[in-house]
Ligand binder design. Sequence first.
Ligand SMILES: C[S@@+](CC[C@H](N)C(=O)[O-])C[C@H]1O[C@@H](n2cnc3c(N)ncnc32)[C@H](O)[C@@H]1O
Length: 242
Amino acid sequence: MSDKERATTNEQAHRVREMFATIASRYDLLNHLLSGNIDKRWRRLVAKTIFATLSNSEARILDVACGTGDLSLTLFESGQARIVGVDFCRPMLVIAASKASRSDAIIPFVEGDALELPFGDCSFEAATIAFGLRNLTSVETGFKELLRVLKPGGKVAVLEFSRPTTPILRSLFRIYFTKLLPLFGGWISGSKSAYEYLPDSVQRFPDQETLAAMMKTAGFAKVSYQNLTAGIAALHVGTRPG
Ligand SMILES: C[S@@+](CC[C@H](N)C(=O)[O-])C[C@H]1O[C@@H](n2cnc3c(N)ncnc32)[C@H](O)[C@@H]1O
């Protein structure tokens, strides 16, 4: 990567971090409100997907781009495994830690970059990333890091917005995402730009099949996905071979 490309990438990452810092205090409220609470069901499905690992009290599971910790907490409450959350936005992590302490959950929330995870190779039995991949400046590097920190045989679960499966739903989704969401999101969070960024980032993000192909290219085996709520979101899984 040239110096100029690196500077642009750093600038993009800085903007994403600042954006989440600005909306951190309203993030949970808006998430649940704007999704009609479906996001909670989607996160529970992630837990179900890695249930075997969650049931193992010796296992460690990394929740990457954990934000305010909703998925980390769902994972903690769904099994006995040890959960670690990592995110590069401190205000999001402060909220995550405060929620964990209120619910007596023991989850270390670590400040760190998903593109340079502060963990050794082969450290985790499973890893998750929910609505985080889309925000990374490089999806490929994100996958490379997830693969590196997983133990051989370890499973990754990726929850992300995706392509609705029917044209009519795609149109409705586009209207909701590009017109209503920036309006309500901007009004409640005080940051219209954050909720304009959301539909942009979703539209730029690869569809289900393309993302599955990218996971395979990154080195994951047994890649599969399921559409959630008619493809509004998708849950991809893969395994580190070996
Ligand atoms: C939409 S939030 C998702 C939070 C949480 N996983 C959830 O399900 O609600 C995206 C998160 O990704 C984090 N993020 C974006 N780029 C990152 C990076 N390079 N390293 C670590 N975290 C990152 C942001 O700080 C933000 O907290």
